[in-house]
Ligand binder design. Structure first.
Ligand SMILES: *Cc1c(COP(=O)(O)O)cnc(C)c1O
Length: 375
């Protein structure tokens, strides 16, 4: 085979059987209730809270606004320590809220914020840490929590990639002050667009609910300056249906991941992250690191695979601090981000979605093996 007839994209949104969505839509039509805490919103919130095994869950229109609302709900000020190895959203949310991101380097092994480098960045202006569970691999939660306690800082986890992940049987949304899950169409679990904030404090959930609906607390009362970030009923029914398939989808992704690992194991210069002990993974992405021994650079591999109709993604590249408008921002400190920079230059995510065929994984891995230049 020379190239795939149909392009293999890096991801593909899961969709439930259309008849089932139409059936639920019929119920929306009957009630003529489209948004603002509808019946399906309540049903989805309840089901997702149980699935994530968290105390409180709030549904929002998307993950990004959820992150901004998380920051606002904790009334953060000054500087936030975060990672540059993430999607633009994490950094934008901090900047949009009028705060200053302080970038911390990452761990080579997990691509997550390096907790051993956080304390050097703390100043009297630091109010919080916003780590990201990159590719769904949990951050070093224990170390982060102890730093936060010692310095009286809040922690918001960007768990956009981590839906369904557990550590020692505990849902990942239970850690820190708040966690944000993205339910965007390209994520492992979605409600077309959508976001969830989880927290342990009832009072914080109440504040999130106010912030997402203009601060409205009664027919004639506004309690605070809020925005509009409500999830609607069409998103909620998509979420309800998709939740029925999430475990099966994660199982299929696990089989695909194991196939990739088996077939890439012996290719010099191609490295991947293994499962972590006591973690239930969601296999949301399949990132690999392209080292010099491979003979082609990451960019060359990306372009050559495209010739075969295989679409990979340089994710995350560039680092958020390297976007033109952030790079030149005088407010931002430029600490040593050596590891983050080197990972961003070498990382590539390979196609993965629940119905990706194992024989297609074999072809993709064959191409990667054959493209290798022996040096
Ligand atoms: C997807 C994503 C977001 C934003 O979520 P949306 O639902 O797309 O708004 C934030 N952070 C990370 C790491 C993401 O991957």
């Amino acid at each position: 085979m020379d190239k795939f007839e149909q392009p293999i994209m890096v991801t593909k949104s899961f969709l439930p059987p259309i008849e089932r969505y139409i059936e639920r839509m019929g119920e929306i039509w009957e009630k003529s209730w489209l948004t603002n805490n509808g019946e399906f919103h309540a049903e989805f919130e309840n089901k997702v809270r149980k699935y994530l095994e968290v105390g409180n869950a709030s549904l929002l229109v998307n993950g990004h606004l959820a992150l901004e609302i998380a920051i606002e709900s904790l009334e953060l000020k000054g500087e936030i320590i975060t990672t540059p190895f993430t999607f633009a959203s994490t950094t934008h949310a901090i900047v949009n809220c009028g705060l200053t991101p302080v970038f911390c380097d990452i761990e080579r092994k997990t691509f997550n914020i390096d907790p051993d480098k956080i304390e050097d960045l703390i100043t009297s202006n630091t109010s919080a840490i916003i780590p990201v569970h990159v590719f769904g691999n949990p951050c070093n939660i224990e170390k982060i929590e102890s730093i936060a306690k010692r310095h009286n800082l809040k922690v918001i986890y960007d768990a956009a990639h981590a839906f369904g992940v557990k550590i020692n049987e505990i849902g990942i949304g239970n850690f820190g002050d708040i966690s944000m899950f993205s339910l965007h169409a390209t994520k492992v679990f979605h409600s077309i667009e959508g976001g969830i904030l989880t927290c342990n404090k009832e009072s914080l959930k109440r504040k999130v609910e106010l912030l997402k609906n203009f601060g409205i607390s009664g027919p004639e009362t506004i309690e605070l300056v809020g925005t509009n970030a409500k999830m609607n009923e069409f998103q909620a029914i998509m979420g309800i249906l998709n939740l029925e398939y999430i475990e099966e989808n994660i199982r299929k992704r696990k089989v695909i991941t194991q196939k990739y690992r088996e077939l890439l194991r012996n290719i010099d210069g191609i490295y991947y992250v293994d499962d972590i002990e006591n973690v239930k993974h969601n296999y949301s992405y399949f990132p690999v690191i392209v080292e010099e021994e491979y003979g082609l650079s990451r960019d060359e591999l990306h372009d050559k695979l495209k010739d075969y109709n295989i679409f990979t993604r340089k994710y995350f590249y560039p680092l958020t601090i390297d976007f033109e408008f952030y790079k030149n921002d005088f407010r931002f400190k430029k600490p040593d981000l050596r590891i983050a920079k080197s990972i961003a230059e070498k990382v590539i995510t390979l196609p993965i979605y629940s119905d990706l065929k194992l024989e297609d994984v074999e072809i993709i891995c064959d191409k990667i093996a054959n493209l290798k230049v022996n040096i």
